[in-house]
Design a protein around this ligand. Structure first.
Ligand SMILES: Nc1nc2c(ncn2[C@@H]2O[C@H](COP(=O)(O)OP(=O)(O)OP(=O)(O)O)[C@@H](O)[C@H]2O)c(=O)[nH]1
Ligand SMILES: [Zn+2]
Length: 349
């Protein structure tokens, strides 16, 4: 496949080109958004709308497009993903434990950087940041925490300190679209393909516009003035900004965990490190003698909130995993029944 400046600006490189070799004659493109059975694909020959068969593509995917006899296009293949940001179904607290859906849903593919966006406010969502960090670490991309609306913070240094303690291994930055503070710093780290994750109204679209230096995303203010309500981002979108590409996800109300074992361990590396010092190898950090985790809570080195948050997320992840196992088991049983029925039929015919 030929190399063009346009494809390169979308993130195309030698490795993508070589994984495309088997699709000679097809058109390479990058998925900018997926919506109701169609996707928008950015290609050398403009934006192309395409359908697909089989597994749906996701924003950020590199695909091979085939032209159909009627002039339409179809995704013939999705190139193997380098990273995948997957969220699980939402687990709900209900009578007798957790309930919910245990399937994974792809939010974005081939992302290099995850920007976890949370507004500065008296109740800045530390638990949400921790949850999204687990997801981000698991994806293989590099996470950063971006505190938006820094102009509204009463005690910004104090807030940044608290957030930093909730994000071991990840850099924390503050930005304000009002004063312009921090925008250059975020632009410098958002190289390659970045994705923004955060609640509705956190200022994601505003940040994308600031990074782009122009209005490429509609923000809530604009939508509010045309009377169409508060919620703006209805589609995930991949947009080009100087130095990279950004995928804006719609404000996700709650993100469930899906196969995040390693991601959780990274998001709570401080607790994992302490746990290695516990007297007992199987310490549950509840009341065991010689528990280094409890000692750190006692001495104030580890916020208690962090320990309870870790427990909660682990419990949820374990529950999700057990649900997934149960689903796989029942699928296997169903398939087994079908094949045995089939072979009985074969024998009797
Ligand atoms: N004071 C202040 N307000 C901001 C800042 N950034 C965004 N806002 C405001 O916050 C509101 C929400 O911003 P959006 O960018 O639409 O939020 P979003 O995260 O994209 O929301 P969804 O599209 O619903 O996911 C708008 O009214 C913005 O003007 C900031 O740095 N400072
Ligand atoms: Zn312990």
């Amino acid at each position: 496949m030929s190399f063009t400046p346009f494809l390169s600006s979308l993130g195309w490189d030698e490795a993508w080109a070589s994984s495309f070799i088997s699709y000679a004659g097809l058109e390479p493109g990058r998925v900018a958004r997926v919506d109701r059975g169609r996707c928008d694909v950015l290609t050398e020959h403009g934006d192309i709308q395409a359908g697909w068969r089989g597994a749906p593509p996701s924003a950020g995917d590199w695909v091979a497009l085939r032209e159909l006899p009627d002039g339409g296009h179809q995704v013939a293949a999705i190139l193997p993903r380098r990273t995948a940001l997957v969220r699980g179904g939402v687990a709900r607290e209900s009578r007798g434990g957790l309930s919910g859906d245990s399937q994974g849903q792809l939010l974005a593919a081939n992302v290099d950087v995850v920007l976890i966006v949370e507004p500065a406010s008296p109740d800045t969502g530390l638990a949400r940041i921790e949850r999204l960090l687990a997801l981000a670490w698991q994806s293989g991309a590099t996470p950063y925490v971006i505190i938006t609306k820094a102009d509204l913070a009463a005690d910004l240094p104090g807030l940044l300190e608290t957030v930093t303690a909730a994000a071991p291994g990840a850099d924390v930055h503050a930005v304000s679209a009002v004063t312009g503070e921090g925008i250059d710093a975020v632009r410098a780290l958002a190289t390659g393909t970045s994705v923004l994750l955060g609640p509705s109204g956190a200022g994601k679209s505003t940040l994308v516009n600031a990074l782009a230096g122009e209005d490429v995303m509609r923000t809530q203010e604009i939508r509010a003035s045309d009377g169409r309500g508060r919620h703006t981002t209805t589609h995930r979108e991949l947009v080009m900004v100087p130095g990279g590409l950004v995928i804006d996800t719609p404000g996700v109300r709650r993100v469930g965990l899906y196969e995040v074992e390693e991601g959780l361990a990274q998001a709570f590396a401080d607790i994992e490190d302490l746990a290695a010092e516990c007297r007992f190898g199987d310490c549950a950090h509840t009341a065991e003698p010689g528990c280094a985790v409890l000692a750190a809570v006692e001495s104030g080195d580890l916020p208690e909130r962090r320990l309870t948050g870790w427990r909660k997320l682990r419990r949820e992840a374990e529950w999700m995993a057990s649900r997934t196992d149960a689903r796989l088991r029942s699928e296997r049983t169903r398939r087994y029944r079908l094949t045995t029925r089939q072979s009985r039929r074969d024998r009797s015919s």
